[in-house]
Design a protein around this ligand. Sequence first.
Ligand code: 5GP
Ligand code: MN
Length: 332
Amino acid sequence: MQKDSFRKFKKLLNNSQTIAIVTHYSPDGDAIGSSLALYLFLLKLGKKVHVIVPNDYPEFLHWMPGHQKVLNFQDNEAKAAKILLSAELIFTLDFNSYKRLEKLGTIIEKTEAKKILIDHHQQPDQFADLYFHDVAACSTCELIFDFIVGLGEKKLIDKKIAACIYTGIMTDTGSFRYPSVSSRTHLIISELMKTGIVPSDIHGAVYDNYSIDRLKLLGFALNEKLNLVEGLPVAYFSLNEKELARFNYQKGDIEGLVNYPFSVKGIKVCALFNETEDYVKISFRSKGTIDMNQFARNHFNGGGHINAAGGRSDENLAATEKKFRELVKTLF
Ligand code: 5GP
Ligand code: MN
């Protein structure tokens, strides 16, 4: 845990009028939820605020309040750079290394703005001026709630901000089922519900808004693409570009797929390899104390949490799978 004092956060906020918020490449519910919650909150404090994402995010997050205002770096790099280079303060949310921003990271590195990191991933790089970091938090959204409360501004958490925070907590905890969920998580949800948010509507907006193609892709993957590693409690999927294209793959369509093999008795490690134009994107998941953050860092140029991490490989799909099948033995 690395947390600076609220006296310092308040001082920096008081001295900053123009603020930018950035989050990681391929933003998920927690990345967008935390960014938009903080954005809406800072607007209420009278700040001039921009949210910048390194690339697009799935359609099932487009309903979120503030979505229309998000600037996609890939759509207008010059505008994003101008905002970042003139910002007095930059919040970096839900990531802990500039590597996670891809090309946007090279611009942030050049900015003179003060930085506040709010995040819950393992082993943060030391690039920020102030930290609100806790690996015990279930999500960055949980930390955003604590951050607002810590500033003494809980009264500013309205229904829109609450919906954003709820979404990030829900998506990062697999709908409140991962070990990262604490009694505090539920107390926060209780507080959020007092603003009038309707959890069932949020679950519906995120999880019941996919295409029929996505459901069929899921069926195909489960039926034909599930691999087991002999003698180990390990299962993984690998999907190539052609297979994804067959099902009209859209961003977000394979989110959650990696977890399905856990429903099989005994499975302790799951992985998903998906081929993209440039590299093989990898997701790792584990049960208990098996450390996927370290595994991803050591072997697949990635990182994350103990039970959920990601990485990438510049080798082809078959070579990446082979490497994984060998290395995964070291986890047992
Ligand atoms: P996912 O498998 O859902 O993409 O990511 C699982 C977790 O690992 C998330 O918390 C995500 O932020 C992190 N993660 C995913 N890909 C990478 C990566 O390439 N590098 C690092 N450091 N973390 C990653
Ligand atoms: Mn997160």
